[in-house]
Design a protein around this ligand. Structure first.
Ligand code: MG
Ligand code: MG
Length: 261
């Protein structure tokens, strides 16, 4: 088992640059989220944007993954493929993006409503985003991975949602996936100690229904077993004293969504 890679202040700044490229890419994708747009188009705009800014799409060819974005619709949890499918009013679409810039990795994801979605689905999006915030609040020196995990789980389950257990967050920076694993469920006060220099991707994957998932025969796509919607939000976060330093941001996305209206 490999060890946690601790990053210097300078390295964290480089990971911030990579994470900001990911965030800006998601901001570009956000401009296209509307009924009638093929999910292929989201992938293509992201790939071009990353390359035009000197980066490399981190997911493309990662363990053979064939696209630059993971695009997961409705009941799909994560790792879905872009396709000729056209977004439709009432869909939700999760877009996960990674980029390498100056050899460092950033990773972030956001689930978008397409037009108006039903009330329960909208609540799923809001609660999952709040789960991410609650996890980030625990990503400070002195806490443990289990404190982050527990905060996410508690908020999701209190609202009647299912926490996906089979897939987890992770250390990030020199590689896309490093130690430690960052589950979305767990016990307070357990797991690896959080220390200065750790950079982790916190990424709640929350189901509107039950927690169980199925793995598709395409080798990648994961969807909820009961067919109900699933949401996914992710930030790349540096552990700090007092308050975590969130290296990615949703501000570009939010700006684009405002202008879509
Ligand atoms: Mg990701
Ligand atoms: Mg990730």
């Amino acid at each position: 088992m490999s060890k946690v890679n601790y990053k210097s202040i300078e390295e964290i700044e480089l990971i911030r640059e990579s994470s900001l490229l990911v965030s800006k890419t998601l901001g570009e994708v956000a401009k296209l989220i509307k009924p009638g747009v093929q999910t292929n188009e989201l992938n293509n705009i992201a790939e071009s944007f990353i390359r035009d800014h000197g980066g490399i799409p981190a997911f493309l060819n990662y363990n053979g993954f064939p696209y630059s974005l993971c695009i997961s619709l409705n009941d799909q949890v994560v790792h879905g493929f872009p396709s000729a499918y056209e977004l439709a009013e009432g869909d939700i679409v999760s877009v996960d993006c990674g980029a390498i810039l100056n050899k460092f990795y950033g990773d972030s994801a956001y689930t978008f409503p397409v037009g108006k979605v039903d009330v329960e689905t909208y609540k799923l999006l809001e609660i999952t985003k709040e789960c991410l915030i609650k996890g980030i609040e625990k990503a400070v020196v002195g806490m443990r991975i289990g404190d982050v995990a527990h905060a996410v789980q508690e908020h999701a389950e209190r609202n009647g949602f299912g926490v996906v257990k089979e897939l987890v967050g992770h250390g990030v920076g020199y590689k896309l996936h490093e130690k430690p694993e960052v589950p979305n469920y767990g016990k307070r006060g357990t797991g690896a100690k959080l220390e200065e220099g750790m950079v982790i991707a916190i990424e709640p994957m929350i189901n509107a229904g039950k927690a169980a998932v199925k793995f598709w025969s395409d080798g990648w796509t994961v969807s909820s077993m009961d067919g109900k919607p699933s949401a996914h939000y992710e930030h790349t976060v540096a552990v700090k004293r007092g308050q975590a330093d969130v290296l990615s941001t949703f501000s570009y996305i939010e700006e684009s969504l405002k202008q879509n209206k």
